[in-house]
Structure formats: C-alpha cells, structure tokens
Design a protein around this ligand. Structure first.
Ligand code: FMN
Ligand code: FE2
Ligand code: FE2
Length: 402
C-alpha cells in the first residue's frame, strides 16, 4: 500500500519519482532524475489532474486508490497528452470505466489515437467551468506550451493552477513536495534546462499563456514536473523565470561553446574566455561540446546574452557536434544574442564560413571580428582572439549603462 501526500485539505499529490531513466525524450540527461506529478482533488466530485509515465503506473494507482478512500473517480483532466503524463490513461480508464476524461478538441483526437478512448470524453473550450463542489475548475487553453493540446486548469477556491509542463523542472522530489519543504534554489537551473530543452522553441505561445495567467490570483502552482510552488516569493520568481526565458532575455554573461580534436581550437576559446574576464565579465561559461551534453549548453545559452562558437574544419564542414548544437539553437528560434565566432583549419577552411551563415540565418548581432586560424596559435591569431573577447565584453558592458 502506498500513501498519497496531502498538499492541503482535499488536495493530494499522487505523482512519482523516476530515478532510473537516463535520458528524457531519449535525449536530455537526467542526473537528478525527474518526477511525474499528478494531483487529486477530493470534493463532492473527485478530479485527477494528469497521470504518470506508464512505467510507474503501479505506484501511481496505489496512491490514487488510497487517496480516493473508496470514492469513485469522477473526472480526469488531461492538461497535456504527452506520454510522460498520459501514459497511464488507458489503464486508468480500464480501472475506472466511468471516469469522465476532460480535455479539449485537440486532446480528444490524441486520446483516441493513443488510447482508443472515445466514450465519456468531456470536451472543454477556453474559459469553460466545471464545478466539483466547494472547488470550481476553469480551463485555459494554452496551445503550443509545448504541444497543440496543452491547457491549464485553474481552481478558483484555493487558487491553484494546474499548469502542465509550464514551470516544470528536471530533478526528483527528494523528501519535500512543496517549495516550503525543500531548498527551491536547487531547482532553478533544472527549470531553465527543462524550458530550454523541451519548451524553448515556443517563446511566443508561452508569452500568450502568461498573459492569460496574469489576471489570476495564484496560491499554488501544480506543475507536472518538480516542486509545487506555494510561497509567494517563489511563485513570483518562477513566473519571472518563465517570462524572461520566453522573451529570450539573457543575463550578462558569455557562453563559449567549442569543438576540438587536438586542442588548437580550444586554445582560441581559452584566450577569448580569459580576455572576457580581464574586461570584467564574471559569467563566462566554457563548454567543450564533446564533453558536455547540448542539454546544458542550451540551458546556458538561454541564461546568457553572449554566445561565442568555435569549430575546427572537419571534412570540409563544421565539427559534427558543433553542427548539432547549431541546429538545436536554430530549431529553438533563439533570439537576442550577441554572437562571436572563430574556427580553424589545416588546408582549406570551411568552419568559419558556415558559422557566418549561421549568424546570418539566426539574425544574431555579430560582435567583433571572426577569427580563422591556420594550424596553430600564432601571435596574429592570439591578438585577434583577444580582440574578439574585448569586443564581446564591450558590447555587454554597454548594456549596463542603459
Ligand atoms: C577527421 C578530420 C577531418 C579534417 N578535415 C579538414 C578539412 O576538411 N579541411 C581542413 O582545412 N582541415 C581539416 N582537418 C584539419 C583540422 O581542421 C585542423 O587541423 C584544426 O586546426 C584542428 O583543430 P583542433 O586541434 O582544435 O582539433 C581535419 C582534421 C581531421 C582530424
Ligand atoms: Fe510535455
Ligand atoms: Fe512533461
């Protein structure tokens, strides 16, 4: 028998921790695991919000059954149909055949396609309400945060927003469930990583969703991953994080991402990085793309305004891992970055040309003069790298004055 965790009167956490999965979406590392959050409101009617990954359905059902304490399950609200949340829906429907599945038109198509569910589906539109007794639900459609069917559900009495993936974080819930029960600082970076990896492309839909939330009084943010946000200053903090990320606003700082086989291009990165520090830029994050997963590099690119990329020429192209990274930046439609670049070659350079193309495609503001090095570091290249570092620092420092 597993027990649910009571968040407040009539609100239960029936989610689970996943400490086994190596890669979220088979792409993004999970060194601190991830939680799949599901919640139950018990009132005159009972309502479940999302489910969990099917690998954890057994634990989830045990918690749900204990929380229901003999009551029937009246509604399951599907805020998001991605299998990390809806994976247990088919089993849930088999276990509770009379449950009404609540979703919008886009959700209905997906629950039919993934789970073959067509009966007892309650379709809701933006602003529709569903009374549960003392509690009352209002549905807000927030398409493309980050799937087309995504919506959020607001409970008006206790002022709870069931936000789907929005405000979610990587990292399991170790002990505490709410921000008041743990040190929330340890989740901020994992929130930014989750956002940049999973949601990053959808800045404008996130802005629209935030506008809808703007008029709501919120006491609890119940996301599908990571802590439940309950403290006023934490709620303000995570809403601000989302606002800033979805506007593609970065802090003062520079990410230098480079590829290297034998260390020559790396020396260029080192030179530029040090000059940034000499000029007073304290946040300089240097990533060797072969060592660090793109997951973390993207996180830092979302955090900081400055981006400098360096690559050797590899079979007349960019170094492969740099090419992957650029495609991930482009597919997130990254904006508002100051961009510098450098590269190396031995017989015919191609890397710097491709980086110039990337700068043009992304419309980033190019800062400094790109550096192209033949074979190894000589005084002229060294000086050019120092100049590139200086130029990037100067561009960032200029912003301080505004
Ligand atoms: C597999 C491989 C492919 C390469 N392809 C090219 C190339 O197409 N054109 C070129 O000028 N240099 C090429 N090079 C040479 C490197 O780009 C050059 O030596 C560079 O400075 C290496 O930088 P690194 O020391 O940071 O790895 C290649 C090197 C390797 C190992
Ligand atoms: Fe999702
Ligand atoms: Fe998710």
């Amino acid at each position: 028998m597993l027990k649910p965790i009571q968040i407040k009167e009539n609100l239960y956490y029936v989610g689970v921790n996943d400490r086994s999965k190596e890669l979220f979406e088979n792409l993004w590392p999970l060194p601190k695991g991830v939680s799949y959050n599901s919640y139950l409101i018990v009132d005159e009617k009972t309502a479940l919000f999302d489910t969990v990954d099917i690998c954890y359905s057994d634990r989830f059902f045990q918690k749900l059954e204990t929380a229901l304490d003999g009551r029937q399950l009246d509604y399951v609200v599907i805020n998001h149909m991605e299998p990390d949340h809806s994976g247990s829906l088919g089993l849930l429907k088999a276990k509770y055949p009379n449950v009404q599945v609540v979703g919008n038109k886009r959700t209905a198509d997906m629950i039919q396609g993934f789970h073959g569910i067509t009966d007892n589906v309650m379709l809701v539109s933006d602003g529709d309400q569903l009374p549960l007794g003392k509690h009352n639900l209002v549905f807000y459609l927030t398409p493309m945060v980050h799937w087309p069917e995504t919506m959020m559900t607001y409970e008006t009495t206790d002022k709870i927003i069931f936000s789907g993936d929005a405000f979610g974080t990587f990292g399991t819930l170790d002990g505490g469930i709410t921000d008041a029960q743990l040190h929330p600082e340890r989740y901020y970076d994992e929130m930014i990583r989750y956002y940049s990896n999973i949601v990053g492309k959808f800045g404008s839909p996130v802005q629209k969703a935030l506008e809808k939330l703007n008029n709501l009084d919120i006491n609890y943010i119940c996301s599908t991953h990571g802590p439940v946000w309950t403290l006023p200053q934490q709620i303000e903090k995570v809403v601000n994080i989302y606002d800033k990320l979805s506007r593609y606003e970065g802090n003062e700082g520079v990410v230098i991402a480079y590829g290297t086989m034998y260390g020559n291009t790396e020396q260029m990165a080192e030179t530029i990085a040090h000059e940034l520090a000499v000029q007073g830029i304290k946040e300089v994050i240097v990533h060797n793309v072969s060592k660090r997963s793109d997951s973390y590099i993207l996180r830092d690119i979302f955090k900081y305004r400055g981006l400098i990329v360096g690559s050797p020429t590899y079979n007349n192209k960019l170094y492969p891992n740099i090419e992957y990274l650029l495609s991930k930046i482009e597919s997130r439609e990254m904006k508002n970055r100051y961009f510098g670049y450098f590269g190396s070659f031995t017989w015919a350079g191609a890397a710097v040309k491709r980086l110039a193309q990337f700068a043009e495609d992304t419309k980033f503001e190019v800062v400094g003069t790109p550096v192209e090095m033949k074979q190894s570091m000589q005084l002229d290249n060294y000086t050019a790298c120092v100049e590139l570092g200086k130029a990037m620092a100067a561009r960032l420092i200029l912003d301080r004055k505004q």
